[in-house]
Design a protein around this ligand. Structure first.
Ligand SMILES: [Zn+2]
Length: 58
């Protein structure tokens, strides 16, 4: 195997980071779907990306 992996800050699942990934890229956690923004490649780290929220009023 090659490439890096990071743990989701929400569910702690391991997510692979593509070799061609770039800082600022947003990926979805394969487990919980939380959007993760790649903060650095080496070492790989992610942070929760701002979730897009629709305001439907409630
Ligand atoms: Zn997750």
């Amino acid at each position: 195997m090659s490439g890096n992996s990071v743990n989701c800050p929400d569910c702690d699942s391991e997510n692979g980071v593509d070799a061609g990934a770039e800082v600022g890229q947003v990926v979805a956690c394969k487990c919980c779907g939380t959007l993760l923004e790649i903060m650095s490649i080496a070492p790989p780290s992610v942070a929760k990306a701002p979730q897009i929220e629709e305001d439907f009023g409630e």
